[in-house]
Design a protein around this ligand. Structure first.
Ligand code: PEP
Ligand code: MN
Length: 352
């Protein structure tokens, strides 16, 4: 259920409500409220008796039952799609994800060195990308693979933003690093291996700067598990979540993963959160990236995140799936044309 708190509720009424909610849920700590669409709301899963008690509280404006386990991210709560503003905290060109124009995030898998990052940043900017990606902390399968430059990588991303005006996205792997990464980044990426790292999800929800969070689908996660992971972030106080489909594990080694494109229109039914697609990790093969990018936009994705390297074969990480800036330029153009055509189609249907 979603409890909306009366904006005029005084502190005594609010304290009374909180005490009741803690008693009902058995929670030892303060129950967090979230601001969604300028209203203060609390999401809970309680029985009918508790429902009646809560409705009687003077601090409560309304109680909306939601049938799914995820509540705040549910489309039942918010029929209108949410958009997420990126880059308003640093000096750069802010971008809106979810407003009808596909947003293209592009850059190297890993920040390797200053020259590599800056040249890629300028190249993807020129190719029309809106956001620069680059991993400073890399979750690698083997401990012997390049693990990223760490904090130095964050400084280089900030420099690339300052030079190009592109907001930056980078991965955070540990709860204790969320504040530091948020100081430098415009979007916190939570990777596939950490989709159910609950302390990390909570830290991304609680952290002071409330940076948007890109939540990648777990390698074998169901859509409900993924939405519940997003619910953790939102319920902890950060409504700015973007979902990213990046392929799920299957049995065929021909592609790195299997891109589940049916999840895109399905997610738009289940949740109001924006959805983007990562065709690079989904396929693991650069020759498949252009077609899967087009397919993603045609399926209704609000954007793409693509690995780009000036010399993909020499990349320290994921070179096999990285494309060149020139190939990116074409994908950007095609994505915008496709989204435009689809927008016109929708308008035509609406007029008819
Ligand atoms: C990445 O984007 O660099 C990455 C590690 O992705 P994923 O978590 O989807 O594997
Ligand atoms: Mn990668």
């Amino acid at each position: 259920m979603i409890i909306t708190i009366r904006s005029q509720a005084n502190s005594e009424e609010r304290a009374q409500l909180m005490t009741l909610l803690c008693r009902i849920t058995g929670s030892q700590s303060q129950i967090a409220s979230v601001i969604m669409d300028e209203r203060e709301v609390i999401a809970l899963n309680v029985d009918a008796q508790a429902h009646t008690l809560i409705t009687q509280q003077s601090a409560v404006e309304s109680v909306l039952p939601i049938k799914t386990a995820y509540q705040l991210v549910s489309r039942a709560l918010k029929a209108k799609p949410s958009s997420v503003v990126v880059g308003n905290a640093h000096e750069c060109t802010p971008v809106v994800i979810g407003n009808g124009v596909p947003v293209i995030m592009a850059g190297p898998c890993a920040v390797e060195n200053r020259q590599q990052l800056l040249s890629t940043a300028h190249a993807v900017h020129k190719a029309g990308a809106n956001i620069l990606r680059g991993g400073a902390f890399k979750p690698r399968t083997s401990p012997y693979q390049f693990q990223g430059l760490g904090i130095e990588g964050l400084h280089l991303l900030a420099e690339a933003r300052q030079q190009t005006g592109l907001p930056v996205i980078t991965e955070v792997m540990e709860p204790d690093m969320v504040e530091v990464v948020a100081q430098h980044a415009d979007i916190l990426q939570i990777g596939t291996r950490n989709m159910q790292n609950f302390p990390l999800l909570l830290a991304a929800g609680h952290h002071r700067q409330k940076r948007p969070v890109l939540l990648k689908r777990g390698i074998a996660a169901t859509i409900d598990e993924w939405l519940l992971a997003a619910e953790y972030v939102v319920a902890a106080g950060n409504p700015h979540v973007i979902l990213c489909e990046r392929g799920i594990r299957s049995y065929d080694p021909q592609t790195r993963n299997v891109l589940d494109l049916s999840c895109v229109p399905l997610l738009h039914e289940l949740t109001h959160l924006p959805v983007i697609v990562d065709p690079s990790h989904a396929t693991g093969r650069r020759e498949l990236v252009p077609a899967m990018s087009r397919a993603s936009i045609a399926a209704g994705a609000n954007g793409l995140i693509i690995e780009v390297h000036p010399d993909p074969d020499s990349a320290l990480c994921d070179g096999r799936q990285s494309i060149t800036p020139e190939q990116l330029r074409k994908i950007v153009q095609e994505s915008r044309i496709l989204a435009h055509m689809m927008g016109e189609q929708e308008a035509a249907v609406y007029v008819a």
